[in-house]
Ligand binder design. Sequence first.
Ligand code: PLP
Length: 393
Amino acid sequence: MTMFNVYQLVNRSIIRGSGSYVWDDTGQKYLDLYGGHAVISIGHAHPHWVQRITHQLQTLPFYSNSVIIPLQTELAHALGTISGKEDYQLFMSNSGAEANENALKLASFHNGRDTVIAFRGSFHGRTSLAAAVTDNASNRAPVNYAGNVIVLPFNNIQATEACFQNNRDSIAAVIVEGIQGVGGIHSATAEFLHSLRTLCTRHNTVLIADEVQCGFGRTGNFFYFDRVGVTADIYTTAKGMGNGFPVAGTIISPNIRPRYGMLGTTFGGNPLACTAALAVLEVLQAEHLLQNATNIGTRLQQQLRQVPDIQNVRGSGLMIGFDVPDSLRHLRNTLLTNQKIFTGSAGTNTLRLLPALSLTMRDADDFILALKTELRNGTHSVPRNSNNPDAVQ
Ligand code: PLP
């Protein structure tokens, strides 16, 4: 059997990780500013996370949702406390797409409607509804065209107001990323999110904050929506929630009432997943990683802005994007090959930095130094080769 070939692979075998570093099978060390696509939140193989999961593995790795799993209540309590959403409810699953799928389904159950508003440049996952609300035709098979998804320009208040006017009382949900990640690190404006809140409240529509990439502390706030003071009806989270252990959450307002059978999953909320997420929350707090994300992110952005050829530096905390001119489109490749630094991309000319929230000042400075060296050495002339690091998303 061979692998079903859907990923454009970086030509490296990563076999070990620690903190903000990974090593390949030749022993080469890399600074990881990609974090396995925004997944590594507290650092690769964090000792507390390893110890917690190991203990759980030796105690009870799995039981199904047919019995009481105290770790779930413990996690819901901890999540409520750190996010300030004590009165919200948690439904657990295994991936960002599932978390969004469940959020959209719940919204429709809640108000009995079937139309969803999503935005240009959005990415919400690859399962059926998640693909339907994702603004990328190449992700959608014919079977994924739901027909009841309206895609509007991002950050356009007028267009959204007009859409509500024209579709009075049929919009079940609005789904939006606070910062579009796959779309290239584009932030929703505070005015836009506030207006979405007002429109959703006025029309009994469920506002879903997709915090799968920008949530769980990445921007320096637990949820990006907190940063602009907007409350969503449902938050979805995954990626950094487990620091690499597959776990996702749909975090639901007390106004949305559960009933038996509405949602369900075999693996979601299993003891190992709960333990991984609890360990992440414990480390986020003990090591003040939200504050660290703000500090290091601010410094990185300041320094990036001073580098010639680096354009449109943007983002929040440790979710940073910047553009490079076409002549530098191989920069991501040469940073990996020459400087041994992993970064992320979006399209051909945007680089994304999504490191562990424990990134140190020294790591950040090393990156800026390496970047300057690379630009000085004439990255312009390095051709794209088989070491192409442009992974999907
Ligand atoms: N939502 C956002 C904002 C994402 O960035 C992603 C993945 O990149 C998803 C949802 C889908 O998550 P998953 O790949 O875990 O299904």
